[in-house]
Design a protein around this ligand. Structure first.
Ligand code: ADP
Length: 812
């Protein structure tokens, strides 16, 4: 960590301890109100709460509020909030990210803060990482909210539109980040104000805040509509499939792959002697070659995706499980399908997209909780202007975190892991092994099996099943092999679920405590220590005993990707262990990786920023069209003749039609040239039957919205093209980011004019009757099928300096 950062931490630390001591004073004071709260009848409870003015963080009413929630927790949930939970809730009310260790009861702390916000007149969304947790937490906390007469609900993937609307109408809504985001996106399909589902954002309390705000912040949520799919160019894929190791280079992060001179020559020859770098191919063929190389070389089956039921399923790197509803950008998805010889899935056109970061940015007030916030403090500060407050544990953490065991080779490491697990398992102590990917988890389970240790493998299951398996991981003799964060958010109770029931079976728990609690084994450090700590945090909850140890090797990706070793370290012992020099190496590698991640995040953030702002502008316009009569007012102004023709307002035409005369061509001459269409017509002007203004308003709205949405979708396609080829275009002359901004700004500048011009044209030409406008007939079709998904780990996200170097390399 640099000096600057150290200083910042000191400052943060001082600030935070001042805040904490204020909170503690208040919590102490709240004890004075305990008997008042205890004597309130259930009927009076809510009324008394409503009377409080809790806006002053140090006021007497805040103290009363704390007494009330303590009493309510006791009555409604049989959980009397610990002081540390109240402390956490108070910091949440001040808009911080709080760090509370796993098992300390973040769910309750978050619920208390939600109540506090509602009492101050806010609407609260509690944002979780998945549907399972959102639904579970909403149900669990409901009695507490009921006690305060505060309405609460959850949205999940299965909720209907009506259910969603109703859910968002309550004071507190629990929802996964995907669902909340998809609802925002789906509102882009609304052509009537009453079809809007997503409410005005107010307060967001984010559970697993580091996961949502950092690990998945850049993941775009996508709303797509069916189009006739563009089939990837097979010859390009075939050519790329034949590349040899000398034909390409992979950058240190393993995120980009580049052709070497030799590789470029090979591809050019395979594609019939073309020049990849001439005008004709640079923005097209070369982009396709890059996409195909990404699919063939960087994406590995069983690491980045699995093939199941004839489809490619992405694996979410930060959670190590199949990522539902996720796909790569279309070209890449198709390329991987081609690589695996699978049928091509529907390709779609992006109608709208929003990153998790932008989604959360919509909320005027954001706070959150996580087990591992401090390590992500820099990101919270830099990207969200959020401060971190560390909340001490209720009971001291007595888990023993052992020094890493580092080996010279992967094979020696695996052997050591199996040996270690076998030894521990013989004592009966439960073991949770965290692996990095599906392939590794299966391989390890196999090795353990061969050594006579039966294990449960946890990967690629649905959240509810995951939660059940993980809950049993603390039972005596359990050996669970899991991918990174499978089942996150579910407590591992010692003794398993049996250990929690009535008195007789607590002996299960005692037995496991006696054995030392849960033993967590990591099979390699992650790119950030934060993820390592998430895994360690599975053990030692609420003062339980526990143990954690990581096994690493210098052949692990975190080392090979981030460090260039002059020579491989040599082990002096038979088992290949490297001792403290190995530990130093691993830590150094991880620090480099963390720096790279931050840089990447910052870079992508810069790329996203402008498009986010443009989206805000489009959405504001869309909302105006949707909720006011702007569309018709503008068209009336711009196409007045047509307007009068349609409404029959002050039009000679209308009168002449009424009086059943033959078409009076002379009267048409009064109209501006644009309506000349009618003058050619020899049929009586029957359409002069006036269109009621309300109908016309809606027709105008639909026309304006259609063309605005169309223009935005086209713009997004343009952005994605530019992004894919930006490092090729700028050729090292200008900064790719500047170039990107220039192109995107220019193009966006044309969007409003085009949208309005096209709307005018449609208004003039489409058939508009008392039944409204028939856009279908005018060949202005909205996608009939739409779907939502997430793009995981956009491969083009780094397109910055590194990518540029790669390309310049080719030109030399
Ligand atoms: P976290 O999300 O912080 O890991 P949870 O919210 O899942 O923790 O809670 C962990 C466990 O602690 C749960 O089993 C819950 O029942 C228990 N718990 C939380 N708060 C209290 C409390 N005030 N009194 C008793 N048990 C509690």
């Amino acid at each position: 960590m640099g000096k600057l950062t150290n200083n910042m931490w000191r400052l943060l630390g001082a600030q935070s301890s001042r805040n904490q001591s204020k909170s503690l004073t208040l919590i102490k004071k709240s004890g004075d109100h305990d008997s008042w709260a205890a004597e309130l009848s259930d009927e009076n409870f809510a009324t008394e709460a409503e009377k409080l003015d809790i806006t002053d963080p140090e006021g007497e009413d805040r103290a009363r509020f704390l007494a009330l929630v303590r009493e309510a927790g006791d009555r409604a949930l049989d959980m009397r909030p610990f002081d540390v939970q109240l402390q956490g809730a108070l910091r949440l009310l001040e808009g911080d990210i709080i760090e509370m260790a796993t098992g300390e009861g973040k769910t309750l702390a978050g619920a208390i803060a939600a109540i506090g916000y509602v009492l101050q007149g806010h609407r609260v969304h509690v944002v979780s990482v998945n549907d399972y947790l959102a639904t579970r937490d909403a149900e669990w906390m409901k009695p507490l909210f009921d006690q305060f007469a505060i309405s609460s609900s959850a949205v999940s993937e299965n909720s209907t539109r009506e259910e969603r609307k109703a859910a968002y109408d309550t004071d507190i809504t629990y929802g996964s980040v995907n669902e909340v985001g998809f609802d925002v996106l789906r509102d882009q399909l609304a052509t009537r104000a009453e079809d809007l589902v997503s409410p005005k954002p107010d307060v967001a309390i984010i559970d697993e805040a580091d996961s949502v705000l950092v690990d998945e912040a850049l993941v775009p949520l996508i709303l797509a509509g069916a189009t006739t799919g563009e089939v990837p160019d097979k010859p390009i894929h075939d050519a790329v499939g034949k590349l040899k190791k000398t034909h390409y280079e992979i950058d240190a992060e393993g995120r980009n792959v580049y052709l070497t001179d030799e590789g470029a020559a090979f591809i050019e020859q395979e594609l019939g002697g073309i020049n990849l770098y001439d005008e004709e191919h640079v923005g097209t063929t070369l982009v396709h070659v890059n996409v195909a190389m990404h699919a063939h070389i960087l994406l590995e089956r069983d690491v980045h995706y699995i093939v199941r039921d004839g489809g490619v399923h992405l694996i979410n790197a930060s959670r190590g499980r199949v990522a539902q509803l996720q796909r790569w950008p279309d070209g890449l998805q198709a390329a991987v399908e081609l690589k695996e010889g699978l049928a091509q899935t529907d390709s779609g056109e992006v109608i709208d997209t929003i990153t998790v970061q932008a989604l959360i940015g919509r909320y005027p007030k954001v706070c959150g909780m996580t087990g591992t916030a401090l390590a992500a403090g820099e990101q919270f500060r830099q990207f969200y202007h959020l401060a971190v407050s560390q909340i001490p544990p209720n009971t001291k953490n007595i888990r023993v975190d052992e020094v890493d065991r580092v080996y010279d080779t992967k094979a020696n490491k695996a052997e050591a892991v199996v040996e270690f697990v076998k030894e521990i398992h013989e004592t009966g102590q439960p073991i949770l092994i965290g692996t990095h990917d599906v392939a590794e988890s299966e391989e390890l389970a196999h090795l353990l099996g061969r050594a006579g240790v039966q294990s449960v493998v946890l990967n690629a299951k649905n959240d509810a099943q995951e939660a059940k398996i993980i809950a049993e991981a603390g039972a005596k003799n359990a050996v669970t092999v899991s991918t990174q964060m499978a089942g996150r958010g579910t407590d591992i109770k010692l003794g398993g679920s049996a250990g929690q029931k009535d008195g007789e079976s607590t002996s299960e728990r005692d037995e496991v405590v006696e054995l030392g609690g849960l033993c967590v084994v990591g099979t390699g450090r992650h790119d950030t220590e934060r993820l390592d700590n998430q895994l360690r945090g599975r053990a030692g909850r609420q003062g339980d005993p526990g143990r954690s140890v990581f096994f690493s090797s210098v052949e692990d990706p975190v080392v090979t990707r981030n460090l260039t070793l002059k020579r491989d370290p040599v082990s002096s012992s038979e088992d290949g262990s490297l001792g403290s020099k190995g530990v130093d190496l691993i830590e150094q590698a991880q620090r480099v990786a963390e720096g790279v991640m931050l840089e990447l995040h910052a870079n992508t953030w810069r790329y996203n920023q402008l498009v986010n702002q443009q989206r805000d502008i489009v959405i504001a316009r869309r909302m105006k069209l949707l909720t006011t009569d702007t569309a018709l007012a503008e068209l009336k102004d711009l196409e007045n003749a047509r307007y009068r023709e349609l409404t029959g307002e002050g039009s000679v035409l209308a009168e002449s039609a009424d009086s059943d005369k033959a078409p009076d061509t002379k009267s048409v001459g009064d109209e501006p040239a644009e309506t000349a269409v009618d003058s050619d017509s020899s049929v009586p002007v029957e359409k002069a039957e006036p269109v009621p203004v309300a109908v016309l308003e809606q027709a105008a709205r639909e026309i304006m919205l259609f063309h605005l949405d169309r223009a935005w979708a086209d713009h997004l396609a343009f952005v994605s093209d530019v992004r894919a080829s930006i490092h090729l275009r700028s050729l090292g002359r200008e900064s790719p980011l500047d170039e990107f901004h220039k192109l995107i700004l220019d193009e966006f500048g044309r969007l409003p004019g085009e949208a309005v011009d096209n709307a005018r044209k449609t208004f003039r030409e489409a058939v508009i009757t008392a039944d409204g406008v028939d856009l279908e007939q005018a060949d202005l079709r909205r996608s009939t099928t739409t779907w939502t998904y997430m793009v995981h780990d956009s491969p083009f996200s780094s397109g910055g300096a590194k990518a540029l170097q790669g390309i310049i390399g080719i030109f030399r």
